[in-house]
Design a protein around this ligand. Structure first.
Ligand code: MN
Length: 252
C-alpha cells in the first residue's frame, strides 16, 4: 500500500507529522507538502511560475506550490508508482460546510479524486488555540481501517472533521451532509510600518447550521464527521430550466 500525504498548513505543521504517523501502520507513506502555509488555496494549480522541489528526508519532499501542485507532482513525477490512497491534513481548524470551496486541505484530496485515486481530507476542530493532533490519530486510524475494508467509490472523496476534547467529548462517528456556515465577511484595514494601508480578509465570526445531520452540527456534538464530496460542479437538476437559451431569437 503506497500512501501519499499532503496538507495546506505547510511542511512543518504538526498535523502533517501526526497524519504521516497515523497512516504509517497502513502502508508505505510518502509526504509531498507545500513549503509554506497554503491555507485557503482551494484547488489552485500553479501554472505561471516555476515549482521547486526539495527533499527533506527519506520519502519526504517540500514543494514551492499548493496542495494540488503537491499531489499532481507526486503522482506524475516524484513517486515510482501511483499511490493507492491520498491523505490531506490534519488541518489546524475546521473544514465544514462552505469551507470546502476554499480549503487547500480539501483541494489536495480533490486533486487525487480527479486522478481517480481514493482520498481523504482530515481536519481538527478545536474550541481553543490548542490543537491536540495526537488526539486525532486514533480517529484517523478508525477511518482508514473502514476505508481499507469498504473502499471509497471512484470520483468521491471523504471530508473528515474531528472534534478536539475542548470542543466536545467524543461520542462516535457520523456520516453527514455539508452544513451552512456563514462568515461575517469582515475586511480589516490596517497600516503597514511604511505607512501604506493593507487589507486582511477576516471573517472569523461564524454562524453555523447546527442540525444533527450536518458536518458542523455533528462535530459540535462530539461526533467525528465524515462527508462524501465530489468534484462534479454541474447543476444536473436544473439543465431543463435553461432550454430557452437554446431557442433562436426571431427579432434578430
Ligand atoms: Mn490549513
Amino acid at each position: 500500500m503506497l500512501i501519499l500525504v499532503t496538507n495546506d498548513d505547510g511542511l512543518l505543521a504538526p498535523g502533517l507529522r501526526a497524519l504521516h504517523d497515523a497512516a504509517s501502520r497502513f502502508g508505505e507513506v510518502y509526504v509531498v507538502a507545500p513549503e509554506g502555509e497554503r491555507s485557503g488555496s482551494s484547488h489552485a494549480i500553479t501554472l505561471c511560475e516555476p515549482l521547486r522541489v526539495r527533499e527533506f528526508g527519506p520519502r519526504w519532499w517540500g514543494l514551492s506550490g499548493t496542495p494540488t501542485d503537491c499531489v499532481f507532482i507526486a503522482i506524475n513525477h516524484l513517486l515510482q508508482r501511483r499511490p493507492d490512497l491520498v491523505l490531506s491534513g490534519i488541518n489546524r481548524g475546521p473544514n465544514l460546510g462552505g469551507d470546502v470551496l476554499y480549503s487547500g486541505t480539501v483541494g489536495g484530496a480533490m486533486e487525487a479524486t480527479v486522478q481517480h485515486i481514493p482520498a481523504i481530507a482530515f481536519s481538527l476542530v478545536s474550541a481553543t488555540d490548542d490543537y491536540p493532533f495526537s488526539h486525532a490519530q486514533p480517529h484517523v486510524a478508525h477511518v482508514l481501517e473502514r476505508v481499507m475494508r469498504h473502499g471509497i467509490p471512484d470520483g468521491v472523496m471523504l471530508n473528515v472533521n474531528i472534534p478536539a476534547p475542548s470542543l466536545a467529548p467524543f461520542r462516535g462517528y457520523r456520516v453527514t451532509r455539508l452544513g451552512r456556515r456563514i462568515y461575517s465577511n469582515d475586511v480589516i484595514v490596517r497600516t503597514d510600518p511604511r505607512g501604506a494601508s493593507y487589507l486582511w480578509i477576516g471573517g472569523t465570526r461564524v454562524t453555523m447550521d447546527m442540525s444533527p445531520q450536518t458536518d458542523s452540527g455533528a462535530v459540535h456534538e462530539g461526533f467525528v464527521s465524515i462527508t462524501p464530496l465530489r468534484p462534479d460542479l454541474m447543476a444536473h437538476e436544473v439543465l431543463g430550466k435553461f432550454t430557452a437559451f437554446e431557442e433562436e431569437d426571431t427579432c434578430l
